[in-house]
Ligand binder design. Sequence first.
Ligand SMILES: C[S@@+](CC[C@H](N)C(=O)[O-])C[C@H]1O[C@@H](n2cnc3c(N)ncnc32)[C@H](O)[C@@H]1O
Length: 301
Amino acid sequence: MSDGPLDQRYRINKALMRRAFDRAAHSYEDHAPLQKEVAQRMVQRLDLVKLNPRRVLDIGSATGRSTRMLAQRYPFAQVTALDLSLGMLRLARRATPMMDKWFMRRTTFTCADAEALPFATGSMELVFSNLTLQWCGEPERVLSEMRRVLAPGGLLMFSSFGPDTLKELRESFARADGFVHVHAFMDMHDLGDALLRVRFTNPVMDMEQFTLTYPDVDKLMRDLKALGAHNVSAGRAHGLTGKTRMQNMRAAYETWRRNGVLPASYEVVYGHAWAPEGELQKAHEGTVKIPLSSLRGRKNP
Ligand SMILES: C[S@@+](CC[C@H](N)C(=O)[O-])C[C@H]1O[C@@H](n2cnc3c(N)ncnc32)[C@H](O)[C@@H]1O
């Protein structure tokens, strides 16, 4: 696993991030129109691939919106919602229709870190992750874990934020002081390369630009806080950002105003890739798993 300068830029204070998402759990859904839209687009993309998974993993499931969409999309699958934030998971569990025993039986909730997935090698047929990878300090480690838990021929479908995300806020803060206020987001090409390094096959990457508009920058900052999208970069300034610096940042952001509103850019990166079919997978316990499909048709010696 590379731990070079590339990874350093994305370093995140995980404890801080988990606390931010715990606190934001109740406000999250009301402030997440973009996350909702992107999740829907990703589920639509699943229509384009031939897949009938029995085990599905939703990484960074937050309030479980996409978990429920996946459970509906694949009525015979066991769907696992995984998140680092217990607060988010509790809400996800509460929002899952309790009366619907069929739904409940097929959905499980796991509080764990995507960088160390608590699942057996080759145990999932679909790994889905909407706008979570950008929160993981070591995206390549997460991709490698996704790859490990996927069965041969399994699909990874994910979205993340690209470098242009919140560029106006990043630049406005940069003019106010020298600290990291908006953390770095990984480029689509780097993510594609990382997919190949961890031995995914046929990766497909693309991106879409979205612009949300705000009456003022304070409303944008409040929205980000309600989403749990705090500045949790390792290179952030410690302590409060001074009043003068905040005023300088607001003044700098005002230069972006068009037609009476302030834009906030989001670059959404989409990716999907496959776990190689028919590959020998070395399990952690030292055993070797051979996919059944690769044995079919073989004659005994
Ligand atoms: C922006 S939200 C995800 C959005 C959600 N998938 C949706 O469709 O609305 C990011 C989520 O990822 C979780 N998360 C961040 N880093 C994680 C990690 N390393 N492992 C597991 N979950 C993580 C956060 O707790 C948070 O709930």
